[in-house]
Each structure stands twice: as C-alpha cells, then as structure tokens.
Design a protein around this ligand. Structure first.
Ligand SMILES: [Zn+2]
Length: 318
C-alpha cells in the first residue's frame, strides 16, 4: 500500500487551435494512455484519495487520479466513454462562465486568430511583431501569450479581442469547443467527479482579494446549483507557482473547498497541503509509459529526501 498519489491532468482530447494535432490522434492517443495507466497504476477517484490521505490511510500501490480542466466539449463524447470502457474515474474541472457562454477561452481565441492570420505584421503595446512566416507567427503568439498571462483578466480579454481583430477576419461559426450547461449536466449525470475551475478562468494571484473571493465562491455556487452536485474541489487556472498564492489558498478554504490541484509537477505526499496538490499535465500524445518511469525515478534518492523534508514541515491535511 502507498501514501503517495500521482494526479494527472488533461485539457481536450480532440485537437483544438491551441492544442493542434492530426485528426483522430487525440482519441487514439488517449485510449493508448488509458491502456498504459491500466497496466502501470491503479486509478482512484481524486476525492476519495484526498479523504484517504487526510485520514492517514493507504492508497493502492501506484495510485493515480485522472483530472481534466476547462470544460472542453469532447469530454462527453470522447473522454468519458474511454474512461467508462475501462471502469476508470475522472474528475472534471469546469469554468462556470464558459458554460453560460458569457466568455470564451482566451488562449483558444488567441491561437485561433493566429491560425487564421492574414496580416504580415502586428503593432501591439509599443512593439512590432513580424507575422510574415509560420515561425515568426509562432514566436509572436508565444510572446503575446506570455505577456497576457501577466495582466489581469479584463485587460487580457480586451487585448485578445484587439489582437484578433487586427490579424484575422472574424471567426466562422463552428462546432462549439466547450460544453454549455446542458453538456455539463450530461457530464455530471455520468457520475464522474465535478470540480470548479473558477467563474472566468483568471490567474487568481493577479486579481485582488474581492475578485478572487467572487471567482471561488460564485463558481462553486453556480456549479452546485446548476448540476445538483457537491462541488468542493478546485483546480487553479494556469496553476503554476505564482498563479495562486497564500491568500488564494486561504480564500479557497474559506469558500468551502477542501482541496485544490495545481499544475506544479510532482507526486502528492501523505501530508501535502491540500490546497497545493501537485499534478502532472499531459496531452493525449504524451508517452505515459515514459512519464511513469520518470515519476518512479524522481521519487527515489535526492528527490525523495527533499520531499520528505518538505512533508515534515507541512501542516497535516484536515
Ligand atoms: Zn484551465
């Protein structure tokens, strides 16, 4: 038995502007990954694993929890059926204002504008970006994406709309990339876990306390009311160190959550702070066998000593 948990995190299964791949590659890759996980680990529901670790109990050897962020539409027709075929449990983190259609996903909108780009240059925020070749466009997109992560949400949304308008024609109507409330209800009805990924997907630490409180409380309330399920798990948008801070963790606890996952890679230890759980993010094309090998190597020797030292200084979960 084990006191350690590997939390894996995906976004979409099918290709999107932000996560491009060959048609069909996502579903095939995801199914291959689940086969490897079946062979190499034991899938446990995230919520139960958190309870077990908090109570001082043991998890099965090589326990793995599967999570998904953002609310991509392919969860219902690709991710869930693939999980169900293998009897595996997933936890799905939803953004309530994306479900309501009030907002889009800025990272997908930016990527889509670059994919359909017809401009050869962009003057933006005092800089000129060359857009004349695919390599230059990629560099410009990456630079702008990095810059936009540093500003608050309102500024970011306005910037993405402004950039899109300058470099590409208006987007054509296509199949929706994200679930709406009906899709979220269908997802909830499958019995898989539901968690909050905030109201508008801001980078929480870049917002003031009142905004963070609203994002945490209102998303939980909207999901519980809309889906008739208890929602007490949170995934921080972006989720790297610096995207949430001590205040965010305290506000999350006060808002009624009992744990939150990050995107900081690593294993979750027995006494990990429940509001800073490590998680490894992958795409459907990631080699899971190699990933498990790396995790196993990292959980030995020096890394284990560091982890143990960290565990001793941490507050036990409660
Ligand atoms: Zn997200």
């Amino acid at each position: 038995m084990s006191r350690r948990l590997l939390v894996l995190g995906w976004h979409n299964i099918d290709p999107t502007p932000f996560y491009p791949a060959a048609p069909g590659a996502g579903r095939r890759g995801f199914d291959r990954q689940l086969a490897a996980i079946d062979r190499l680990g034991t899938v446990v529901p995230l919520s139960e694993a958190i309870d077990t670790l908090a109570a001082g109990g043991s998890l099965p050897p090589r326990a793995v929890a599967l999570t998904f962020d953002d609310g991509y539409a392919d969860w219902v027709d690709a991710a869930v059926p693939a999980l169900d075929r293998r009897g595996m449990h997933g936890t799905f983190f939803l953004v309530s204002d994306i479900l309501s259609g009030r907002i889009g996903a800025w990272w997908e909108e930016l990527a889509d504008a670059f994919r359909r780009c017809t401009a050869s240059r962009l003057e933006w925020a005092g800089r000129v970006h060359d857009l004349s070749t695919p390599v230059a466009r990629r560099a410009a997109q990456d630079a702008l994406k990095a810059e936009l992560k540093l500003v608050d949400r309102a500024t970011r949304v306005e910037a993405v709309a402004g950039i899109a308008e300058r470099i590409a024609p208006p987007p054509p109507e296509g199949a929706p990339l994200f679930l709406d409330w009906a899709g979220a209800k269908a997802l909830a009805a499958t019995g898989h876990g539901i968690g909050s990924h905030t109201v508008t997907h801001p980078i929480l630490a870049r917002e003031d306390a009142a905004t963070q409180r609203h994002e945490l409380e209102e998303s939980r309330h909207a999901l519980e009311t809309g889906l008739g399920r208890t929602v007490d798990l949170l995934a921080y948008p972006n989720g790297n160190a610096g995207d949430y801070d001590q205040q965010t963790m305290e506000l999350a606890r006060a808002a009624g959550y009992r744990a939150a996952v990050t995107t900081r890679p690593g294993l979750v230890g027995a006494h990990e702070p429940p509001f800073a759980m490590h998680r490894i993010v992958l795409t459907p094309l990631t080699d899971v066998g190699e990933l498990f090998g790396k995790v196993a190597r990292k959980s030995t020797g020096a890394a284990r000593r560091v982890a143990n030292r960290a565990i001793r200084t941490l507050t036990p979960t409660g």
